[in-house]
Design a protein around this ligand. Structure first.
Ligand code: 0RA
Length: 653
């Protein structure tokens, strides 16, 4: 094809338009969804390209701005996207990268790998889904620029000036006709960028919120905006210490392991810490993506951990007097670990495509971890002994726990139908149709029982204290009446990572319903902590919800409007009394018990009218930190942390 062939140009352009059109037609296929998650995903997609440039060794700094209009700017000091003319496509390389699907890695194949975001879709998708996008490339002393509208270039790449800097700057405004959300959340971006800084040591990442003015300089009138800088010299070692900042470590520094397969490919890196809690806290990443469903890298790690610790314990005679068997779980009680692998062609599986499927990775990780851990334990006998002793305690406690559980299950069979006396069960027996409300308090439980639709809604009132599982030993879980009742009522066979099975789950919706006050939110957190630590699978499978009772009832004569927030309250007063608060009666609901059964049904339980929030484990790092801080022993960091991170598991509607 000759460079002057106009057909070549138009043919490639038609392809480009078709590609962009496909993305706009089915955005969810490319970025997951068009809600909060998808909106933020756009930023990660752009930042990932800069991270790749940094991993290639050409970029040390990435700056991200949330602009006043909720557009985003991402700037790096890398080599700059190439702008040279692309013969085949008849346009600048920059234009190809920005408009052709999956074009990101076409150039410079050896050094530039497209790791991509979760879906690895590339920056052209971000472009297609933006009502405006502009890229400035600083390269060879010049500034090049191109602007796009829903992915289509306004004009060819232009040289617009000279510069002494280097790098790429992308500005984009997500298309409001595609996304259901348009407001960026600083905390969500901060959390991901912090994670990226830990995972990729040495890269400085700055996040600035131009919507939040912190201070105005008196003399110059210059504004200081809310800014956070994320930078980690120590990488994963600092990451595990950060994760355990509310726990008491058993040793310091953390164990650090890094290696690769025999060809020097598939780099594996991990850091391990043990603390005095009973929580197993393993976070894993593949190409910087959080694989929270686990996968082959995790199985390889677990195998090697068990094998090397077992071998050491056997050899050192520490197990000589032990009569009981040690299981894999015992070796991981109180562990905090981050594992990060880079895989050339990752296969993602599972419900949310966050489970690594590549089978060869298991052996690679197992080999590296086994070799280094064996050596580490030999070299550090004091620490090794501490770990083994903790494992023995875990095994003993687990044996005790099993006895307690068996007793629960036996008792269970003897009582009528085996269900807790407090449970008001539903008549339908098909779990897919059934819901259980976990209701705090006596009177609310009573109202819920009267107000419910008994064919498919079951009520379990929680009256006593719910155990704080963050502090309690797993063996004590079954001692707690309320937790025991929940487990039996839900029909769950066991708890933890290995015994939990959803096969006999009796309800597909488990709905936590608590008061809208401090006590209520405390109880909700206790229940969520239990679910997060021991029934993670249940949450991951999307069975757990939070009921949202209304906060206000605005009344004038016969007219009644329920409101779920301040804004709705104002709107209600506006619509029924022209905005005059003195003409209406406003009732603030603090407790569920203030509603009669009919009210509770129509506002909070009727599937036609209620609002449920599904609990998702979107951000496992933040969830873990929050639960460990809220519920753990270390008091001082708590208050500040709660204030800064009101978000635990992300709750989606
Ligand atoms: C391909 C080749 C080269 C750089 C890049 C891509 C590149 C892409 C992005 C995206 C965001 N920031 C980026 N920085 C660089 C290198 C070509 C060369 O100079 O040899």
């Amino acid at each position: 094809m000759s460079t002057s062939d106009p057909k070549g140009y138009s043919a490639s352009n038609i392809q480009v338009l078709e590609g962009l059109e496909a993305v706009r037609k089915r955005p969810a296929m490319y970025i997951g969804d068009v809600g909060m998650r998808g909106l933020h995903h756009l930023v990660y997609e752009v930042v990932d390209n800069s991270i790749d440039e940094a991993l290639a060794g050409y970029c040390s700094e990435i700056e991200v701005w949330i602009n006043e209009d909720n557009s985003i700017t991402v700037r790096d000091n890398g080599r700059g996207i190439p702008v040279d003319f692309h013969e085949k496509e008849q346009k600048s390389a920059l234009e190809v990268v920005m408009t052709v699907l999956h074009a990101g890695g076409k150039f410079d194949k050896d050094t530039y790998k497209v790791s991509g975001g979760l879906h690895g879709v590339g920056v052209s998708c971000v472009n297609a889904l933006s009502e405006m996008c502009k890229v400035n490339v600083y390269r060879d002393g010049k500034i090049y620029s191109q602007t796009y509208h829903i992915g289509i270039p306004e004009e060819p790449v232009k040289e617009i000036g000279v510069t002494d800097r280097r790098g790429t700057e992308t500005i984009f405004l997500p298309d409001k006709s595609i996304f259901t959300e348009s407001i960026y959340k600083f905390d969500i971006l901060a959390s991901r960028l912090r994670e990226l800084a830990f995972l990729n040591k040495g890269i400085k990442i700055t996040l600035t919120d131009r919507r939040e003015v912190i201070q105005v300089q008196e003399e110059t009138g210059e504004k200081d905006f809310l800014t956070k800088v994320f930078y980690s010299e120590g990488g994963l070692v600092e990451f595990v210490k950060y994760l355990d900042s509310a726990r008491v470590p058993m040793f310091d520094p953390p164990i650090y392991i890094s290696g690769a397969d025999e060809n020097g490919e598939t780099p594996v890196e991990l850091a391990i810490l043990y603390n005095d809690s009973y929580v197993e806290n393993i976070h894993s990443y593949v190409n910087n993506i959080n694989t929270y469903e686990g996968g082959t890298h995790i199985s390889g790690f677990k195998k090697a951990l068990t094998r090397s610790l077992k071998a050491y314990a056997d050899k050192s005679g520490l197990l000589n007097k032990l009569k009981i068997e040690i299981t894999g779980d015992d070796f991981r009680e109180g562990i905090t670990c981050v594992i990060s692998v880079k895989v050339a062609e990752p296969q993602f599986e599972g419900q949310t495509k966050t489970k690594l499927g590549n089978s060869d990775v298991a052996g690679i990780v197992e080999g590296i971890v086994n070799k280094y851990l064996t050596y580490y334990l030999e070299e550090n006998p004091v620490i090794a002994k501490k770990i083994v002793q903790k494992v023995i305690l875990a095994a003993e406690a687990r044996t005790a726990a099993r006895k307690a559980r068996e007793m629960v299950q036996r008792k269970n069979v003897m009582v009528s139908g085996g269900l807790p006396g407090k449970l008001a069960d539903c008549s339908d027996k098909d779990p897919a149709n059934c819901e259980i409300y976990l209701v705090e308090g006596d009177s609310a439980g009573g109202s819920a029982k009267q107000g419910r639709n008994r064919s498919f809604q079951a009520i379990l009132p929680l009256r006593g204290k719910i155990l704080n599982v963050e502090k309690a030993h797993p063996a004590r879980i079954y001692d707690n009446e309320e937790i025991k009742n929940m487990i039996i009522a839900m029909g769950i066979q066991g708890i933890g990572t290995e015994e939990l099975s959803l096969e006999k789950l009796r309800y597909h919706k488990i709905i936590i319903m608590t008061d809208a006050d401090v006590d209520g939110s405390h109880i909700r957190t206790l229940i969520l902590t239990f679910f997060y630590r021991y029934l993670r699978l249940l949450v991951e499978a999307g069975h757990v919800y939070i009921a949202l009772p209304p906060l206000y009832l605005v009344k004038k004569g016969k007219e009644e409007v329920y409101c779920w927030n301040e804004e709705e309250r104002k709107m209600a007063v506006e619509s029924i009394a022209g905005g005059d608060e003195s003409k209406v009666n406003i009732q603030r609901y603090k407790g569920l018990g203030e509603m009669n059964p009919e009210q509770l049904w129509s506002t909070t339980m009727d599937p036609e009218k209620r609002t449920l929030q599904k609990v998702t484990i979107e951000d496992t790092i933040q969830a873990d930190l929050l639960f460990s801080m809220l519920m753990g022993d270390e008091v001082p960091p708590r208050r500040e942390f709660i204030e800064q991170n009101a978000r635990y598991a992300r709750i989606d509607a």
